[in-house]
Design a binder for this molecule. Sequence first.
Ligand code: MCN
Length: 784
Amino acid sequence: MHKYIGKSMHRKEDYRLLTGMGMFVGDISLTNMAEAVFVRSPHAHAKIVGINIEAAKALKGVYGIFTAKDIEDLKPLTQFESHCFLPPNLVEAISPTINFNYEDILAKKKVTYVGQSVAIVVAKNRYIAEDAADLVEVTYEPLQPLVDPYEARKEDAILIQEHLENNIQSHFHVTTGNVEQAFAEADYIMNEKIRTPRLGSNPLETRGVVAKFDTRNQELRVWSSSQMPYEIRSTLAHCLSLPDLSIRVTAPDVGGGFGPKGGVHPEEIVIPYLAKKLQRPIKWVEDRMEHLTSARQSRDQIHDVKVSFKQDGTITAIKDFFVIDSGAVNFFALTCAYNSAYHLRGAYKIPNYDSECEVILTNKTPNVPFRGAGRPEVVFVMDRIIDIVARKLKVDPIEIMKKNMIQAEDMPYDQGILVKDGHQLIYDSGDYPDALRKAVDLVDYDAFRKEQEEKKKEGKLVGIGISSYVEGTGAGPYEGAHISIDPSGHVTAYLGCTPQGQGHETVFSQIAADGLGVNPQNITVRVGETTVLPMGQGTYASRSAVNAGSAIYEAALKMREKVLKIAAHLLKTDEDLVIDEGKIYAETSPEKFVTYQDVGRAALPAKLGNLPAGMEASLEVTHYFAPPTVTFAASIHMAQVEVDKETGFVDLQKYSVVHDCGTVINPMIVDGQVQGGIAQGIGSALYEEIVYDQTGQLLTGTYMDYLLPTSMEVPTVAKAHQEFKSTRNRLGIKGVGEGGAIAPPAAIANAIVDALHPLEIKTNDLPISPNKLRTWIKEAEASF
Ligand code: MCN
């Protein structure tokens, strides 16, 4: 039984953050620090004919202006092996094509998207740098821009990455069962086109980098608003040809990341490079327009699905061909593509499944994983399918869900294909029908149906929509933890994860506290810094609770053993000892105890300490946890909306969630994660879309055009928990960080269809803006 795991402890980091004492990249100011501004491409696709920097260089206070030819010793950003490495059994199963592609740190001969960096100005301050950037004259010769992925994939299309044979960056095909036979035997076949648009991540804090070369230690110091400081370190080591450990990367407080701060951007390479070259600290902080234009974007999938089903509602086969518009370069190869393919069937038993994907290069900002990373797109596909099947058969969608759902007794359930790490896709635990029952109770589904009828009589159109997902969380390869206890008895825990608001300082002190038998307040958690541990990964893919949480727990248990041995030596007892709130004693005589401080002092070297014979001094333990494969979290979401048929306005009135993330470490933090994720999911259901025109110009470069939900559009979410323990780590944890964002588009889209019934509209294209909805309503009314 744990004392702190499972408790809604208040977040340790909140006092600091809420009283303005956070330390973000923007807060860093170093002596003699210069500031940088980027000159960015106004064209989606163009040759660079010439760059004239003379007028800009003449400006007082400019320290240097650099174009591609000035940084030739800097290697380009490439698709590292770690990103595209696939185990042989997976390669055999999905026969992928992955074309090697790269991005120059500053564009060389041509630009391939609006916002790509062409030159960088380093000056005394930002004002001068901005003025100088305006004076840099770049002459371009426009090339044909490719904006539509279907055009870009044609054989005769102009090449975006000129060393490739076509614009299909990667491709794979995965199949299980026999879809053709299922189609031949089906009662019904349907074909649907289902689209999730391109989105931005829009964290409160934009990107930013400060770098300094420390000549005394010959150390390159970098601070970046990043989710993966270790990845920045290894990329810098590669691009600058430096040893990894001569680079120290810190992610200080990070004001949101959501995925795109997980990849390495060109700015994170060139700023440190120039700080070393100019022997002067340099700072760059992205402005909001740059963020909307140049920060990596995400989603952008179009699915063509063919589905077969029987009169009784059994879905027998799904065949999916989908394209991902990857933008001008794609370093994540198959991450979102494969996540989509292996998550589409979610909580359902669909034995015949065929998924083919093309990741296509276009002249847009590069596409990377964003909260959910390929799952929101396919959950939208799957739950639209459920809803369409239900409406075709004139039954409630819940009946179709029940009919096809994986049962508790089917666990562990084998989906018949392989996960990215080469392991069989086997759900470890869960009870999805129970989650559905709980969700039905939570909203009082039957009462809602009655109320819906009543409201309809008053001319009010209300509807309910459901969505479910299963998510592989806690991806490896590993995460580490180091625990150090000093002579005062204070515990310091060092972890390789890098929070951006998830509350890691709190939750990992809760886990360490239970492992060690101390109070969480006696534990300091240090994260987000490559020197705290030599190796680490970072925070993405809902992986920290599973990986860093297991690492700290295992490290704590190892430490506990050593502490108990020293305590037994000090107490001169061979009885079993207990540890509670930092006191260590035999159960038979609790009044005779030693403290962590006594143990910390006893662990000092030589005569200063008092250790059992043969034991090494110091209290230091490291553990690296490598999960066997991912563990499967799950959830049911229900949205209740009212639709105004005249204006197309959707009022999201209630939202409820039942979810399972295994052992919950901190329920309050988990609820916050779910609520925040839902806010992002509501955005992608109703408001958010990055739009480019036919020439590749961004039309949504401000928040007047790119709409985000505010707290006014996000209802309080009713939540219920299930705790089906993961079988893949000792604490039984599954991840939750992305979950909230996965299901809202489908739940809301289905609720809108439900509200408008018996009008037959299909909400297969996100976001469901008032304009779009009015068009669908008009079309449906015309054919009603
Ligand atoms: N947790 C818990 N019990 C569990 C599972 C998780 O108490 N059974 C807690 C964890 O300890 C952690 C939080 O919930 O404090 C999220 O845990 P986890 O699911 O492991 O996710 P990560 O910590 O790895 O965070 C990554 C995830 C992702 S992928 C995105 S995107 C995302 C998200 O977290 N971006 C966020 N949540 C975010 N929250 C904020 N505020 N800002 C972001 O950028």
